[in-house]
Design a protein around this ligand. Sequence first.
Ligand code: PMP
Length: 275
Amino acid sequence: MYFYKNEFMNKDDIQLSPDDRGYYFGDGIYEVFRVYRGQLYEQDAHMQRLQRTASEVRLTLPYTIEKIGQILTELVDKNKLIEGTLYLQITRGEAPRAHPFPTQAEPIMLAYCTEVPRPTATIHNGIKAITFADIRWLRCDLKTLNLLPNVMAKQAALDHGVQEVVLHREGTVTECSASNLMMIKDGVLYTHPANHLILHGITRAVVLRLAGALEIPVKEEAFTTKQLMAADEAFITGTTVEITPILEVDGLTIGAGTPGAYTRKLQEEFVRTFS
Ligand code: PMP
């Protein structure tokens, strides 16, 4: 069961218009929620980010946040989803193609959920990455549909036989194609500050809270690809990847080349937040 425009319906009954500005301009916003034990994880944080993105791109949400929350909960219940993800997208609506905001269009909300198990193999075994130029715009803090650079980057990783890219702007690491990046050096956790150059990940925020509780010093400071190569541990954070170790970048081993002790400790604590 999907939610489209104002109702719950079967996927096959959804009739999309080519005039949806999501197609023409990527003129829309989205969120991906994790569902653990039939519950939306960090729902309030996702809703706050949705509201912030909507306001920054001047898109009026079709319902109140409370109402959207009710719809999403109903969607999870109707689909009897226990473990998976929920995708929520809101576009600026349907109108003949023209750049200015349409005066008549109503925003269109689409939501559906998918049963997906936790990616336990990569969480335990780690992944490899390559560095890749971050050619995105300067509002990477907004969760909009304009994901072509992320798509290109992810495909470049797969073409190189690895799973992820470490995006960098002239050597300064920002984040990954669909996750944030953290590294441990001499017992300190480093990650890019939450400014306009990265998405302010919900998982990033959870992990920084956990690091605080574990008394791991945190520095929200940018670092270079060279510093990353010399790190003791590195991992990515995201709604779908949770905390996944990065063991190799551009063929160079990070630390011991196995998931590190800090990473494992944070992973253990992370699991506790939803179990
Ligand atoms: N950065 C980018 C570019 C992303 O697409 C995502 C996934 N939404 C993240 C970081 C991680 O954010 P979150 O923890 O909220 O999933």
